[in-house]
Design a protein. Sequence first.
Length: 175
Amino acid sequence: MRHGGKVLTAIAVLAGLVASGPVAQASEDPGCAAGVRFTSNYTEAASGLRVMSVEVANCGTEALQLNGYPQVSLFDAEQQPLDVAILQGTGGITVLDGFDDPPQPITVQPGESAASAFVWRNTNTSLEPPQVAKHVELATAPGAVQQPLIAVAPQRSIHIDLGSTGRMGVRAWYR
């Protein structure tokens, strides 16, 4: 094939890509059905204290307004809800820099993200089995659609080992 043919082939391929639009649009991503995706990237653990990062990514087409705390529901391995107090801030569990800062209005544009975090203690002072959440559902605000929290590297699974404490603190959305 001569140079002219290669250029025409390349142009045709590029034109096809432009015409088809982005490869993964929000409507095609099953983790983004409501225009947002919740992920957890890591959990830090030290002496029974646990801190899990949480991120909300705006994979929709409109700006996302956040001002408050994620709405959180915890479930065991059989998808049964756990009886756990979800606290705003650390709730006295510990002292963490920035964790008890009051909510601030945040605008998250499409393609951007904001963060939150969970904190709890893995303390078991009961003869009952410890409470362990294996599934988490989140919403950006009260009344918003809840979606699953997706664990990404390195854990690839959710493991919130609350012991018998029955409570978990949640940080307000922040950047």
